[in-house]
Write a protein that binds this ligand. Sequence first.
Ligand code: TTP
Ligand code: MG
Length: 357
Amino acid sequence: MRIIGHLDMDAFFASVEERDNSRFKGRPIAVGADPQGGKGRGVVSTANYKAREYGIKSAMPISEAWRRSEAARKEGKPVVVFLEGNFKKYGEVSNSVVEVLRGYAKHVEPASIDEAYFDISSTKSFEKARDIAKKIKKEIFAKERLTASIGIGPNKLIAKIASDIQKPDGLTVVTRDEAEIFLEKLPVRKIPGIGPKTEGFLKKEGIIIVRDVKKFSRLELVNFFGKWGGEMYDRLRGIDESPLIEEWEAKSIGEQETFEHDLKDATQLSERLLVLAGDVMRRFQKSDFSVFGRVVITVRFAGFETKTKSHTLPEPTADSSLLKFEALRLFMPFLDGRENAKGSAIRLLGVRIEKLL
Ligand code: TTP
Ligand code: MG
C-alpha cells in the first residue's frame, strides 16, 4: 500500500517576509511588483491571509491590490504592506524544508518552490503517517518559524487535494478507503487538471461537484474532452498511479519582463525577446545542466490574456542561437493574425527552457 504526503507552505513568500520583518507582524502583506502608487504594471506573487481578507490574491494586477488597500484605508482598516520579495531567500527556505522532509522520507519530490511530495509508505498505516506529518510540521516550525499544510493520501492526487482542504497550518489524512467519497463532495475545480474551461463546460450541464461528473462513462468524457477525458475519469475516482519524480529540482530556467508601456512594434518586441533569451542562456550556462530539450514562450496581451507556446526539440541542445531562433519562431504568429487577430499590444514576454539534463 502506498502512503503519500503533500506539503504546501502557507502564504509562502508573505510568511517569510512577515517572519523577518517584525514591524510587519499582523499586517496585511502583498509580495509582488512595485505598486508605484497604483500605476505599477506587474502582478501580486502572493498575499498573506490578512491581505486575502481584502480580496488580494496571487496573479492579481498590483494596481488592483493597491486600489483595495486604499479602499481599506478609507474604511479605517490597516493598509497593505507591499514588498518586492527576495527570491534567493525563498529558495533557501524551500531547500531547508525539503531537507526536513528527507529526514522522514526516502523519496521526496520537490514540486514547486513551496510544495513537495514525500513517500511514507514504509509507515504501513495512515495513523502512523499522521504522526509523522505532525512531526514534520513541528520540525519545520522549530527550524524556520513557518507553518505548512500537509495532506496524506494513497497517491499524489489525493495528497495534493488534501493539503489544500485545511489551510493554514492544516493536516488532512484521507485513507485509501475514504478517498473516493472524500472527492465526491468537492467542487469539480478541486481536481487538478480541471480548470476554468472544463468547469464552465460542466456548469452548463448543471454539474458543480465531483459526484455528478461520475454519471459520464469514460467514453463520454473522452468524447467531450479528448484524451484528457480518460485521465479525468480516473482522477474523479481517486485513481492515480503516478510515481514521485525526484530528479527534477529546478527543472526549468526562465525570464520574463513586464514592459513599462505596452508594445506593438515587431522590431522592439523581437529585440526584447532576444534579450530575455540571452538572459536565460547565461543562467543556463552557469547552472549544472548541460542541455535543454524544450523552449517555451509566454505572451501577455494588454488585456491580460496570456498565452504560452512551446516547442520540444528533436534532440536536446546547449546551442544559444537555436534557443533564440526557436523563441523567435514561436513568437512570429503573435505579430500577425495567427495568434493576434485583433492586433493587440503586448505587456509581457517570457522565455523559458525546460527538460534540462
Ligand atoms: P501557493 O502555494 O499557490 O500560494 P501560497 O503559499 O502563497 O499560499 P497558500 O497558503 O494558499 O499555499 O504558491 C507558493 C508561492 O509561489 C507563493 O507564496 C508565491 C509564488 N506564486 C507566484 O509567484 N505567483 C502565483 O501566481 C502563485 C499562485 C504563486
Ligand atoms: Mg503555498
